[in-house]
Design a protein around this ligand. Sequence first.
Ligand code: BG6
Length: 484
Amino acid sequence: MLFGVTGDLARKKIMPAIYDLANRGLLPPGFGLVGFARREWADEDFAQEVHDSVREFARTPFREEVWRQLAQGIRFVAGDLADPQAFRTLRETVLALDAERGTLGNHAFYLSIPPGLFPTVVAQIQQAGLADSPAGAWRRVVIEKPFGHDLASAESLDQVLADVFAPDEIFRIDHYLGKETVQNILAVRFANEMFEPLWNSRYVDNIQITQAEDIGIGGRAGYYDGIGAARDVIQNHLLQLLALTAMDEPLSFDPRQVRQEKEKVLAAVTVPQDIDRHTARGQYATGWQGGVPVVGYLEEPGIPAESTTETFAAIRVDIDNRRWAGVPFYLRTGKRLGRRVTEVAVVFKRAPHLPFASTSVLELSDNALVFRIQPDEGITLRFGSKVPGVSGMEVRDVTMDFQYGDSFVDTSPEAYERLILDVLLGDPPLFPQAREVDLSWRILDPVLERWADSGRPDAYASGGWGPASAYEMIARDGRTWRRP
Ligand code: BG6
């Protein structure tokens, strides 16, 4: 059951991913999709919507026979989320579908709706008897971020869900965890012997996690304003990337073991006392993007002229444990930056001694191992190498690149394909549990409180790399941001 079928996420990601799974033969033939929304649609109208979104956004080619099979299981229920009668109709529709398609009575509720509506919908699901599973069948609820807007609201959301669903029935989507390149951080760290010995404060100088987008907020003013870059991206995606990069090796890839290590490292994360000196926030101003003039955040449709919502956020955090003491982790994210790129860069310390003339190493910077999460998926290792042919020993940076496309034939599936499949299989390692979410808010809350009292974010030109304050904050530590 999909709530929020008219939203952008459903159209661009969820419905196409369902088709892609069907196309790859990964859905059971009896799979059914029931849409729920306040639209006067018949089943065929909704099926047409799904069809259009699949044609426009699916990753895999359109195949008529796959579509026909999927379309047979598509139903629509028109109604208001607050109307108990609509949920009774939903129940009848689903039961009829179970009987017609032999679904075994297994139901997932996908809440792709604003979080303010979660309590209503969860209560309606329960009151309509939809949450009770017959013996041998399962119920699962899938929710999209934001999981609250601070620790207190995240905890009340946990409670709303816990009143109706057991912890292993709740699937919180952080789509970054569904990305191949993100999962590869764990494979590279724990399947090899050559990285882990260096993965600590003895050899690592700092770690920079960047999620940069060249687009603005598009048509998402209603969602974005008042939320901002830190809540939208740092609280979830970037802190998850940090956890995967910094955690200790789990005993196994059993979800409980992975979760335990992530929670342990998140619990050790601290934000520096002097928040103003170690964080930066900005709001994009007019500028140029891809040769086209673009408006600033305050001129975007639907944004109040006095909005103080940040569209760029950078924070330094530390990890108080033996492995990472003294190694700053710099997290930054922003809209309308120079280009779209997400990466985790592990920047190593300088060699303690260089037996070369100082003029020979002028073009040598820090060694770095960079996980290129997107768009150019791969891993880069940067190190110094002798420049051939010149007299004496001149050393300069070179890179060694692993590109997914060179080594693997299949393109990476979309994150939503993996995550939706995992919901159906009941395989939860890629879904953050309540405690991870709460720990992330515990990290971010002091920063957000301080920013709330700090007036306007700094303006930055669209198409650049953020406000001057972002450069200043890292320069105070004697470091610079990588230029992705
Ligand atoms: C979402 C944020 O979670 O992630 C968006 O709400 C952001 O604001 C998006 O654009 C980025 O996702 P991706 O997969 O394109 O990096």
